[in-house]
Ligand binder design. Structure first.
Ligand code: SAH
Length: 373
């Protein structure tokens, strides 16, 4: 957004590589890699660029954004939607992304239960009355395990050409390191959090005292979250308006799992059949070996060879039909990982894949194939 643009303009003499806004988001991403939160809320999410980055973090199952400006969120919210590949190859994890229109000065139950809450370059946009309510909303009410707050460090401002008062016209204040740290320590003390200070955007050599261009506080809750600490006195009244909600396709959803299993079963069965038929042709004149599955020297066939030591797992031919036992197909790691149990495999493909009359093998009719050959 224009805020970032303005900051990059100002910092063109002291050049940050990568740009500062990217470094801030990378900082959050690194934190996510470290703590592996499942539920993350970004307060003051603006154009959703941080959410867009975080949706690729595989641990995250719930992502929420909140901003007081609905139009800035709506501008690019479609970029949070699933891509065609997400439908073609649904992920094993679930992912729900929701955007809310509202203020961090108000409590809404949709913000409960998060593991990580990020407030990147937000607090300096808050009016005095909002800033007063902010700690109670975020640390008292939402009470996530971790809170990250970043804000401009005004000690750095003299190094930024063109900054008269604040870095952006919408900033209501900019704190120096002592001011931010004193506010953060007091907030942490009040709500039983610990806080550590860091930042992004190194000062030039010899000027280390001014600190990072963006100062960051990472707050970690000291007490464990219990059901009692979430309930019962937390209010239930919803004050935010949901402007966007998307549930990503996931293999946890039976309909996507079924599609994936059917595709994988047919794919695996076809490969087994192909190997089997090739071997049939090679040993076609040897009656002893005629219908016996003989692995070749490649890895896949080696694997098959090990599997079919059990007679019941061997592919077999009857008339114009080739049968690939489901037990053999289930032995393939990808199939068994998808289904979990053999019973589940049978249930998911029932009526969707052509099987032998006793339901124990996938059946292929090779009449047509033989004619072609
Ligand atoms: N977090 C974004 C940029 C933040 S700019 C990033 O990392 O790039 C600050 C954002 O906070 C703006 O989008 C502004 O609309 C929003 N904001 C300001 N006051 C707010 C409030 N009281 N509650 C929620 N969002 C607010």
């Amino acid at each position: 957004m224009d805020k970032n643009f303005q900051e990059e303009e100002l910092t063109q003499i002291i050049k940050f590589t990568p740009p500062l806004h990217k470094q801030r988001h990378q900082f959050v991403k690194d934190l996510v890699e470290k703590f592996k939160p499942k539920k993350v809320a970004d307060l003051g999410c603006a154009d959703c660029s941080l959410l867009r980055m975080l949706k690729f973090c595989s641990y995250i199952e719930v992502l929420a954004g909140l901003d007081i400006c609905a139009s800035v969120m709506k501008e690019k919210m479609h970029t949070l939607s699933p891509l065609p590949v997400d439908y073609l190859q649904p992920s094993e994890r679930t992912l729900t992304i929701t955007l809310h229109h509202g203020s961090v000065a108000h409590k809404d139950p949709c913000m409960l239960g998060f593991d990580l809450v990020t407030c990147i370059e937000l607090i300096e946009h808050l009016e005095e009355s909002e800033l007063k309510k902010f700690p109670e909303v975020v640390f008292g009410f939402m009470a996530p395990k971790i809170v990250v707050i970043s804000t401009p460090n005004s000690d750095f401002n003299p190094l930024l050409p063109g900054v008269m008062l604040y870095r952006h016209p919408d900033h209501k204040f900019e704190w120096n390191q002592a001011q931010f740290q004193s506010w953060a320590l007091e907030t942490a003390r009040c709500y039983d959090y610990s806080v550590e200070f860091t930042g992004v955007g190194y000062p030039p050599t010899g000027m280390e005292k001014v600190g990072f261009c963006t100062q960051i506080g990472v707050f970690v809750r000291k007490y464990p979250q219990t059901d009692e600490s979430v309930q019962p006195e937390k209010p239930n009244e919803a004050v935010y308006k949901t402007v966007f909600k998307i549930v990503y396709p996931s293999l946890k959803d039976e309909k996507y799992l079924q599609n994936a299993v059917i595709s994988e079963v047919i794919f695996t069965a076809q490969i087994i059949k192909h190997r089997f038929m090739s071997k049939q042709e090679e040993h076609g004149d040897d009656p002893e070996r005629k219908f016996k599955f003989q692995p070749s020297t490649d890895c896949f066939s080696d694997y098959l060879g090990k599997l079919v030591v059990d007679k019941n797992m061997e592919p077999f031919v009857r008339g114009n039909e080739v049968y690939i036992p489901l037990a053999t197909i289930f032995s393939f790691p990808k199939v068994s990982r998808l289904c979990g149990t053999f019973e589940k495999l049978c249930k998911l493909i029932a009526g969707k894949v052509t099987l032998s009359s006793d339901g124990s093998a996938v059946m292929f009719n090779i009449e047509h194939e033989n004619e072609e050959n």
